[in-house]
Design a binder for this molecule. Structure first.
Ligand code: FES
Length: 364
């Protein structure tokens, strides 16, 4: 008997018809891994760099991706290996290179390495693509992309791809930045919006350098209602700080936008909740290992402590690499974005997000 309770079930995507690129289905279960070469590093703002990656053999990038997906980058720093996920910002129609856009986090480990130590010509081990936060143009007739800071990067890939495809639908991009110096891809987005009538660019500034930059303030539900025409009827994608996404999503849903029309992507793991989990016997049956879990510890952390090596990347419930089947027991999950309804029915869980509520047997 197994039971999975979801604490923060994010809305699942509903597709009106199959996505254009068959690779999307393939990507749900498989990914490419290998090495790409850094061809160029583009300075987007004082803290943000775009790394342009190409195939070592030349020619096309060795995998396809959907706009909105991300890749996992391996970093070897001081003899240790780390993995981090970065959104792809280039168009999915561009096959000669792939861009990832990285913000140098002041207390980060991998992002300063990527922004400051990595040089053109270096090789990066990557895996991907991952993620179901995708928009290809088949899901709706119009879309609202709401992003703040580096959270706009998946939307840049979506916009570039939709315009490359000459998509006939209406795009509303509502982007929030501190000021013009820190605004990402601004010239390109302004120029695209001036050229393509289907792209409507709306900006807001939290700390503008000049009074001419209007409106002043962060992204709020009120700003969305004021800015987006017929806001109730749209499909929303939100990416940025967790508090912005939670606030906007709950307000839209409260005002009648169906919950499955407001999709979110978190760049960071959900905040840790030490009250979750507890001391239970956990069995990893294929490894033949039993261990007692600890308070506040996810099943992935329990597995690592037990020497059961499970794959993982994002630690936020979006990549699906840590997926395993719960054979017996009761778990609570913080997020389950990477799982499809049929996965959940089969008892699949994301071990990085799952906390035991009883003794558990895991098919791992
Ligand atoms: S590590 Fe990505 S979903 Fe768990």
């Amino acid at each position: 008997m197994m039971m999975v309770r979801s604490r923060r079930r994010r809305p699942t995507r509903q597709f009106l018809e199959p996505a254009k690129t068959p690779v999307s289905e393939e990507n749900q279960d498989t990914y490419w891994s290998g090495c790409l070469i850094v061809a160029e590093i583009i300075i987007e703002s004082p803290q943000v760099r775009t790394l342009r990656l190409i195939s070592p053999e030349g020619g096309s990038i060795p995998f396809h991706f959907l706009p909105g997906q991300y890749i996992d980058v391996e970093a070897a720093i001081d003899g240790e290996t780390y993995h981090r996920s970065y959104s792809i910002s280039s168009s999915a129609r561009r096959i000669d290179c792939l861009d990832i856009t990285v913000k140098r986090e002041p207390h980060g480990l991998v992002s300063p390495w990527l922004c400051d130590a990595v040089k053109p010509g270096d090789r990066l081990n990557i895996r991907g693509p991952f993620g179901q936060f995708t928009f290809t143009g088949t899901e709706a007739q119009s879309v609202v992309l709401v992003g703040a800071g580096v959270g706009i990067t998946p939307f840049v890939s979506m916009i570039r791809t939709l315009l490359d495809d000459a998509w006939k639908g209406e795009v509303h991009a509502l982007f929030g930045f501190r000021n013009r110096e820190e605004a990402l891809f601004l010239e390109e987005m302004e120029s695209l919006a001036a050229t393509f009538p289907t792209l409507n660019l709306h900006l807001t500034w939290s700390k503008p350098e000049s009074r001419k930059l209007r409106p002043k303030g962060r992204i709020t539900p009120r700003l969305i209602r004021k800015t987006i025409p017929r806001w109730r009827d749209r499909l929303y994608y939100l990416c940025g700080p967790l508090d912005m996404m939670d606030h906007v999503r709950s307000d839209l849903v409260w005002r009648g936008v169906p919950v499955d029309r407001v999709l979110t992507e978190a760049f960071a793991p959900p905040p840790r909740d030490e009250s979750l989990g507890g001391e239970f016997k956990i069995t990893f049956q294929r490894f033949g290992v039993e261990i007692t879990s600890e308070q506040g510890e996810s099943l992935l952390e329990t597995a690592t402590r037990a020497g059961v090596m499970m794959d993982f990347s994002c630690l936020s419930g979006t990549c699906g690499l840590c997926q395993a089947r719960l054979v017996e027991g009761d778990v609570e999950m913080m997020a389950d974005d990477a799982l499809r309804p049929e996965d959940i029915e089969r008892g699949e869980i994301l071990t990085c997000q799952a906390f035991p509520k009883s003794p558990c047997v895991i098919d791992a």
